[in-house]
Design a protein around this ligand. Structure first.
Ligand code: FMN
Ligand code: SF4
Length: 430
């Protein structure tokens, strides 16, 4: 491993415009070493402990500690079987494209990670739940899975051990709510994708009522590196309490939109200025959604905040997926939030009333304001909706997530909303 690859383990095999490594090349680059080490030298409990010690937190949005999640899976002879491991590759969060990068460019890394993670939780069957539009990722993963079967890394008695793993790639029918882990499981069972009540959590009663771990693609891809180089090495890659590196993204009117693997806790300013190249000529920075569409806006005063789960939370937002969406001075914040709320309204699964009826109302009011038909009272009605659709009021986190860009836009860009109403048109359109 080169110095560069030690610092960026998840993307070490990724070279732009190059085909992903086949199984021979992947092994020459050190691939499937973690699987050999796990199965031949480590117990499942030792792997779980290493993941706990590494301080890996889930990269799907909520940042739940991965080792703790795994520790809730029943282990031992009395544990119910089959047990399942599911890689959440739905990635429909606007502004987020990190899992796609990993799957299209290094599919064997995810497959090795899933085998090691299945061994650690003693799962019998593993699924990749893949976003419908990710056709290239589906192709790369299918080919890699076939190669892994051919080498005895998947299927019965892996590497001659007592551990066997059935492996499937399942393509989603294409709804945002399928990314919510319990809706994902319901969908995988062939039913309409609506979230399930928690508890019971999937670790106790998941797919077909059996113990199931659901982890994000990026989360899982860290596991082989923790096994190869140890929990302490992994934790020290970070600039913060949370372990490891993070794939951060930037979209909007920056000079170089993209996705970069950097130490966890890199500041927003460093990502924007050094990696995204700063704002394009003629555009000024106004704010950003730090972790996809369903996070609160942050503004200029937050640029030096480290991008890690706790620091971004203290600043009043969530790190979410780490896929930043940048708002510039030539884009109308009302129009931007309207666009997002239309998406969230369309993607409501319809199960609970505040979300099913409230989100279209929010979009309707925002459209009126954007088109110059708004009234000052509309801002109070929008504020009320951020409460009615907030945490604890709906069946899952879809509606509260949808309220995050709205409530923070009303806080930081209120003057822009008021101007639309006073002037009865969108100041950005004329
Ligand atoms: C509406 C909604 C959509 C979600 N979409 C995704 C997704 O596309 N990918 C993902 O990994 N997690 C998504 N999540 C989070 C998952 O429910 C779950 O927390 C995650 O897959 C757990 O993996 P982790 O612990 O590795 O982060 C979504 C959550 C909600 C509420
Ligand atoms: S909050 Fe929305 S997406 Fe979640 S269960 Fe209720 S209706 Fe469905």
């Amino acid at each position: 491993m080169t110095g560069k690859s030690m610092a960026t383990p998840l993307t070490q095999n990724i070279i732009p415009d190059r085909e992903p490594l086949d199984i021979t090349q992947y092994q020459q680059a050190g691939g499937y070493q973690a699987l050999r080490k796990a199965i031949k030298e480590l117990t499942p409990e030792e792997i779980q402990q290493a993941v706990t010690d590494s301080k890996l937190r889930g990269r799907g949005g909520a940042g739940f500690p991965t080792g703790m999640k795994w520790s809730f899976i029943p282990m031992g002879d009395d544990a119910p079987h089959p047990k399942y491991l599911v890689a959440n590759a739905d990635e429909m969060e606007p502004g987020t494209f990190k899992d796609r990068l990993l799957m299209e460019n290094d599919p064997h890394q995810l497959i090795e990670a899933m085998i090691v993670s299945s061994y650690a939780t003693q799962a019998d069957v593993a699924y990749i739940f893949l976003r419908d539009e990710y056709k290239l990722a589906a192709h790369c993963l299918k080919q890699a899975a076939q190669e892994a079967h051919g080498q005895g890394f998947l299927g019965k008695h892996i590497l001659g051990s007592g551990f066997s793993l059935e492996f499937h790639i399942h393509t989603s029918a294409g709804r945002y709510i399928c990314g919510e882990e319990t809706a994902l499981l319901t969908s995988l069972e062939g039913k309409r994708a609506i979230p399930r009540q928690k508890p019971p959590y999937p670790q106790a009663s998941g797919l077909w009522g059996k113990p199931t771990v659901v982890n994000n693609v990026e989360t899982l891809c860290n596991v082989p590196h923790i096994i190869n180089y140890g929990a302490e090495w992994y934790h020290n890659l970070s600039h913060s309490e949370d372990g490891g590196t993070k794939l951060y993204g930037a979209s909007g009117r920056v000079k170089q939109p993209g996705c970069w693997e950097l130490p966890m806790g890199t500041t927003i300013r460093e990502i924007l200025e050094e990696y995204a190249g700063g704002m394009r000529a003629g555009y000024l920075f106004r704010g950003l959604l730090p972790g996809g569409a369903s996070t609160d806006f942050l503004v200029e005063e937050h640029l030096d905040v480290p991008m890690d789960f706790d620091s971004i939370m203290e600043a009043g937002s969530r790190m979410g997926t780490g896929g930043m969406i940048i708002l510039d001075d030539k884009t109308c914040p009302v129009g931007m939030v309207l666009n997002l709320e239309r998406f969230f309204a369309q993607e409501s699964c319809g199960w609970c009333t505040p979300c099913r009826d409230g989100l279209p109302w929010v979009a309707h009011i925002l459209q009126a304001i954007e088109e110059g038909r708004g009234q000052m009272e509309d801002l109070e009605i929008l504020e009320m909706h951020t409460q009615f659709l907030g945490p604890g009021k709906t069946f899952c986190m879809h509606a509260p997530g949808a309220m995050e860009p709205l409530q923070s836009a009303l806080k930081y860009f209120r003057e822009d909303f008021e101007r639309h109403i006073r002037e009865q048109h969108c100041p950005w359109r004329n």
